[in-house]
Ligand binder design. Structure first.
Ligand code: G
Ligand code: G
Ligand code: MN
Ligand code: NA
Length: 252
């Protein structure tokens, strides 16, 4: 497969880059976090988003290498920002299915944080709702160990699939990321009612809330009115390079 051959070459070179999307605190509009989103500078096809290559990497068995790279680069960047910025943003990293199954994951992350001298509280790991139901006892203990290191846990894509409300009490979760489909359909009364209920419920369980995919002022206004703690989306910023983001954060 051509893509697979290209992927192997890319992993040997410098073709992968983390882009970063700001997470904005509703209360004061401050950028308090940034989500790492992988990009591939393909020599012929240009800049590729994960949808174009993650499934190939998965089939080719390249996800362990790729995800290890992502964690290394993200934690290294976290260290750089901690030195450069008076209040560095929290760094959010997406976990993949194979990482969730890897018994050495938490120890490896702990070692990376130690080596770079990074405060674990600056790192939040995102786990997609899709991965929660696969092995509840295992995932619960994994998330507990992550929390035990002082690292944050975010539940990603919440409400997108076969969501169970009981998960909010079964798993240790710091932040709930409402799936972008809810934001897109906020104009519909039924969707708004569901979002309103979730945003009222989460804080009672000690869980902060974030809405993904915020693209319009109307969506933001509704989310502010309903008490959503954080928002993320093209209205604030598209994912951008670390250089660009750093310049923006330094400007304040
Ligand atoms: O950036 P984009 O919107 O194209 O991301 C598409 C999907 O790829 C999202 O579901 C996102 O969580 C996933 N993704 C992006 N970067 C990474 C990464 O570094 N690791 C993993 N496991 N998934 C990622
Ligand atoms: O699955 P996860 O939530 O990690 O994926 C985030 C994805 O959402 C990324 O691919 C990112 O590019 C995309 N994204 C971020 N902001 C917006 C937005 O405002 N609108 C849309 N449609 N997608 C967004
Ligand atoms: Mn995510
Ligand atoms: Na998501």
């Amino acid at each position: 497969l051509a893509v697979e051959r290209d992927l192997r070459r890319a992993l040997e070179g410098e073709e992968f880059e983390l882009y970063w999307q700001p997470i904005v605190r509703t209360r004061d509009g401050a950028v308090t976090g940034v989500e790492a989103l992988l990009r591939w500078h393909h020599p012929e096809r240009g800049l590729l988003a994960p949808g174009a290559f993650l499934h190939v990497a998965e089939e080719a068995g390249l996800m362990p290498v790729l995800c290890a790279r992502v964690l290394q680069e993200a934690i290294g960047r976290c260290a750089t920002w901690s030195r450069q910025l008076p209040s560095p943003p929290r760094v959010f990293v997406n976990l993949d299915r194979h990482q969730v199954r890897n018994p050495g994951l938490v120890r490896g992350i702990g070692e990376l944080l130690d080596r770079h001298g990074v405060d674990p509280a600056l790192l939040t790991l995102e786990i997609s709702e899709r991965l929660l139901g696969e092995d509840v006892p295992h995932v619960r203990s994994l998330l507990q160990r992550i929390r035990g290191h002082g690292i944050g846990v975010a539940l990603d894509d919440f409400g997108a699939g076969n969501t169970a409300l009981s998960w909010l009490q079964e798993f240790p979760i710091d932040l709930l990321k409402l799936d972008l489909a809810f934001t897109a359909a906020l104009g519909q009364p039924a969707t708004r009612a569901i979002v309103e209920a979730v945003l009222a419920l989460a804080p009672r369980l000690g869980i902060a809330t974030l809405a993904e995919g915020v693209e319009t002022r109307e969506q933001l206004a509704t989310l502010v009115e309903l008490g959503c703690d954080y928002t993320q989306g093209f209205l604030h910023a598209r994912p951008r390079s670390a250089e660009q983001l750093t310049a923006e954060l330094l400007r304040g």
